[in-house]
Design a binder for this molecule. Structure first.
Ligand SMILES: O=C(CO)[C@@H](O)[C@H](O)[C@H](O)[C@H](O)COP(=O)(O)O
Ligand SMILES: O=C[C@H](O)COP(=O)(O)O
Length: 943
């Protein structure tokens, strides 16, 4: 008879197969083993699935058909289907054995091996999902696993206890089984239909102990002792297993067990696992031949099974030489090798090995998912040059430490251990909002029905920049209102919005999370006043909706003023992470975008960046690690954003996210948006480039410039969007990336202390001005007909020492003279934001970059105060600032004694005050009269 068959027929030992794979089961390989070799069970583990799924294309059709699912669901779907198929093949064995054999094992996620409650949940979930009587759920025998084993047994679930190495742990496991059965019986369960195995790992013990023996032998002097120790090699694992078997016999005897036995309970069989020979010097069937005994199981890997079928010898070996086994272990102890310590280490390593395997198999599934999604997922490619090695190290650290999972579990220790856990609502907002897609669609239809021609978002920063990207990227949708944004207190900008719309057919979306931000409140006061004039006080509220967090003052005011509708944000989401919540979706719906499709696109990236996607395949995490590491390892902290025409306003949203999240405590990334592209030589070694390329309509000049940058060794991340409709993916990618970069920098990426500081200063200044009738007078450090220059005493001192004299140009030159390598220059313009004003600022940037070889920013106040302003004040002290203010004719605000001109002036002063307090290099250039002329003069001075 085939020796494999003989094991069961003559020795009452069940042969199980330590392997499973789709084709093998589907094509009848498993059935053949059952029929021809008398196979009685199958075990799987993460490493086995890693081999099956990660290294074959057998699963590709199933993955293609599944499409855009979570990676863990894809993996589990494959694994569960294989386990079910194998269980069905083994069902006849199960039936014939009266439910005592014919099992297939599926292991709980190794990520949970150190958590009792989660192991319990997971085992119960898998038990239900597989839905086969002959399933055994595998639970590791970690200290946390043991209570779970007891409780699961008490549920009547069949458990395969895995990762057992030590006698002591085995005893606890057997007792947990007995206790579980007692509980199950007490609840009226039929203990006779519960089966369990305790998997003792064998060969790994020899591999570990032999190594220690070699070290001991090398250190020993006595040749006899050396020889005796040599004789222990390849003996310890088997001795350990033999003694475990003796213990098994004792544990499943005696009164306590007899009580259960009388109720039909079956002992928990010992299963020999890890029975493939690792040391080529030993027999290839060693761990089968030496462990043959009744009522045991050996789960055998395919190669060992082939070898045993070919030349295995069957004899009742398990009960042989028990005394000798004792002597082997005593000798080992005498030689100073602590088997318990070895076992403890093997459990730890065993968990880690399965974690590594799970990472690999999830990575393999994630990789295939990406391939099969093809153009449905925005592609990302990193060309990091010298950063490659440190980023790889960071990726491995994140993998080993399970940091992607911990981020998703909202573990504040991923960052600074402050209140980060309370600010992670954006991780799950896409799923939450998708449930409300019908509500958004109804709102969209209502807006269309009402015949609004314009919808104007009144808000700042996190409440306006996302909507602005939508308005600019997707444009006017036929039949829907045109979406406009007002995020400036510049009187001319307010007037321009008013002039552009027909108030009678305009919907205002007042957006403020806190509800207390000055700007949206004054915009609201202004336009509500105007609307009352135009349509009458009763109807004015119908032209307004609010988006705000529950309980805010804005909510109350909106109710009092009879707003058409109030939409709510989520308190656990900060403004800059809010675009995929009501703050982005209400404007999206108002302008006629399909919110369901928008969220479905975002969800593809959410899933691609999931907790189940290891860092090397996780696009958001990868980008974040690259950005963070670039800053910490090489000082490449100027994240330079390049985007194809058509999606180029994305940068203004991304710069807020990056700057406000990371720029604090003297650290941070400085985003550089909308800087005209140049040849590689124009850039310093402080740059890190991110290129968002829109396949349809990419600019060949940008392509060429980016290619040149890459060839010159600058780190470049390319992100390719098949079409504009996949832009929502980028919001989420950048959110994860920014959070991860924040973790690398070791800061809290969810607060904005310096933005708050300047908001407070502005409010104080404006209130004082309302009381006093004007802002306090200031004395310029230099002045002529066109410019008046202001700064604080320390800056004035430094600038005078650097050559500033009586004329404004000398001050500007002295300020530029303070720029050094690695610095950036920021032009902070409190002027009307329009193309005419932007042009000279952009030209000045180019000139500054050419002469100073530094990164440059051009920002419009007050909007940047809610954005990059955080990093300018709180980030690295590498900014050289030129604040630019101007004089627009005032515009009154209903209910306020002072108008918009004072608001914007207070904002500029508040901003400057905080820059001064932080000791930043700052100079204010006030343009008298014509702004465009003043900006041209400034440009010349800067050139
Ligand atoms: O199901 C079990 C144990 O219950 C087995 O799959 C067990 O995990 C394997 O035998 C071992 O992981 C294989 O170990 P090794 O041969 O890699 O040392
Ligand atoms: O980025 C956020 C801005 O400071 C606006 O805040 P808010 O939405 O509370 O008005």
């Amino acid at each position: 008879m085939n020796p494999l068959k003989t094991l069961h027929a003559e020795q009452d030992q069940a042969v199980w197969l330590d392997f499973v794979a789709r084709g093998f089961v589907q094509e009848g390989g498993l059935k053949r083993l059952v029929d021809e070799d008398g196979l009685r069970g199958v075990t799987s583990n993460p490493a086995i699935f890693e081999k099956a799924i990660g290294h074959s294309d057998e699963y590709d059709d199933a993955l293609k058909a599944a499409g855009d699912e979570r990676v863990i669901d894809l993996y589990e779907g494959l694994a569960i289907a294989d386990i079910q198929a194998a269980a069905d093949v083994l069902r006849p064995v199960y039936e014939a054995s009266g439910g005592q054999d014919g099992f297939v094992s599926l292991e709980v996620s190794p990520y949970l091996a150190l958590d009792t409650a989660e192991t319990l949940d997971e085992a119960r979930r898998l038990h239900k999902a597989v839905a086969r009587d002959n399933l055994m759920v595998k639970v590791p025998a970690t200290p946390q696993g043991i209570p779970a084993i007891r409780d699961l047994t008490a549920d009547g679930i069949n458990i395969n206890v895995t990762l057992l190495f030590a006698q002591g742990a085995y005893e606890q496991v057997a007792n947990a089984y007995i206790e579980g059965l007692e509980k199950f019986a007490a609840r009226g369960g039929d203990v006779g239909r519960v089966a369990s195995v305790a998997s003792f790992f064998v060969s790994r013990i020899d591999a570990a102990v032999d190594k220690l023996l070699d070290e001991t032998i090398a250190a020993a002097n006595d040749p006899d002792e050396k020889a005796a120790l040599e004789g222990l090699k390849g003996k310890v694992a088997i001795a350990n297993a033999k003694l475990a078997y003796q213990r098994y016999k004792r544990l499943f005897a005696g009164e306590r067990w007899q009580t259960l036995s009388a109720k039909g309970a079956h002992p928990q069989r010992l299963l020999w696992a890890s029975t493939g020979t690792k040391n080529k010097a030993y027999s290839d069937v060693l761990y089968v031949e030496e462990l043959i005994g009744p009522n045991t199981v050996n789960t055998i890997p395919p190669a060992t099974m082939d070898a045993f079928r070919d030349h295995g010898k069957v004899r009742a070996s398990l009960e042989e030489g028990v005394d000798e086994a004792e002597r082997v272990l005593a000798h080992l102890a005498k030689a100073g090798i602590d088997l318990d310590a070895v076992a403890r280490q093997l459990v730890e390593e065993g968990v880690q090995l399965f974690v590594d395997a799970a990472d690999k198999v999830l990575g393999a599934v994630a990789g295939k998912r990406q391939t099969f999604l093809a153009a449905g997922l925005d592609r990302q490619a990193l060309a990091l040059g010298s950063l490659d090695a440190p980023v790889k190290t960071a990726i491995e650290t994140w993998r080993k430490d399970g940091l992607v999972r911990r981020l998703w579990q909202r573990d504040a220790q991923v960052w600074s251990g402050a209140d980060e856990a309370q600010w992670l609502g954006w991780l799950t907002i896409v799923e939450d909002e998708a449930k409300k897609a019908a509500e958004y669609a109804a709102f969209s239809a209502e807006v269309k029905q009402e015949g609004f021609t314009d919808a104007v978002v009144l808000g700042m920063g996190g409440s306006s920049l996302g909507p602005e990207v939508l308005a600019e990227t997707y444009g006017h949708q036929p039949g829907f209102p045109r979406l406009r944004i007002l995020d400036s207190t510049d009187p001319d900008e307010v007037r321009a919005v008013e002039a552009a719309v027909n108030l009678e057919r305009t919907l205002f979306i007042v957006a403020s999370k806190s509800g207390s931000t000055l700007e949206p409140n004054v915009f609201r006061d202004y336009f509500l006043g105007r609307m009352r004039d135009v349509v009458g006080p009763d109807k004015a509220g119908r032209h307004f909706v609010a988006v705000t967090d529950p309980g805010s003052a804005m909510e109350k005011a909106a109710k009092d003023d009879g707003f058409r509708r109030i939409f709510y944000g989520v308190k656990q989401i900060g403004g800059r992470y809010s675009v995929l919540s009501a703050f982005g979706l209400v404007p999206a719906a108002a302008m006629g975008l399909d919110v369901a499709a928008f969220l479905a696109s975002a969800r593809t990236m959410v899933r691609s960046c999931g907790s189940d996607v290891p860092p090397d395949l996780n696009p958001g995490v990868q980008l974040g690690l690259a950005m963070g590491t670039a800053a910490t390892e090489e000082g490449r902290d100027k994240v330079t954003l390049i985007a194809s025409p058509g999606i180029d306003t994305f940068g203004a949203w991304a710069e807020q996210l990056i700057a406000e999240s990371t720029g604090k405590e003297g650290k941070g990334l400085i985003p550089i948006d909308n800087e005209p592209l140049a040849a590689p030589a124009a850039y310093g070694k402080d740059r890190f480039f991110v290129y968002l390329r829109l396949d349809e309509g990419a600019d060949p000049a940008q392509d060429a410039a980016v290619k040149a940058l890459e060839e010159a060794g600058h780190p470049v991340v390319r992100i390719a969007l098949a079409s504009k409709s996949s832009l929502p993916q980028e919001f989420f990618r950048f959110e994860i990336a920014t959070a991860v970069a924040g973790a690398v920098l070791g800061i809290n990426p969810f607060d904005q202390p310096d933005v708050e500081a300047s908001k407070i200063k502005t409010r104080e200044l404006f209130s004082a001005a309302e009381k006093d009738g004007a802002l306090p007078a200031e004395t310029p450090v230099a002045e002529d007909d066109g410019f008046a220059l202001y700064t604080d005493a320390a800056n004035a001192d430094a600038l005078r020492k650097a050559g500033a004299g009586s004329d404004p140009e000398s001050w500007i030159k002295a300020q530029v003279g303070r720029v050094g390598a690695g610095d950036y220059v920021a032009l902070l313009a409190y002027v009307t934001r329009n193309p005419e004003h932007l042009k000279p600022l952009q030209e000045a940037r180019v000139a500054l970059r050419e002469t100073q070889h530094v990164a440059t920013c051009a920002e419009f106040g007050p909007r940047f105060l809610h954005s990059t302003g955080q990093a300018y004040k709180g980030g690295p002290d590498s900014g050289v600032f030129l604040q630019i203010t101007s004089e627009a004719p005032d515009l009154a605000i209903p209910g306020r004694s002072l108008g918009f001109a004072t608001v914007i002036a207070a904002q500029a002063r508040g901003d400057f005050g905080v820059l001064s307090e932080r000791g930043r290099r700052a100079l204010r250039v006030h343009i008298k009269g014509d702004v465009a002329k003043g900006l041209d003069r400034l440009k010349s001075a800067l050139s």
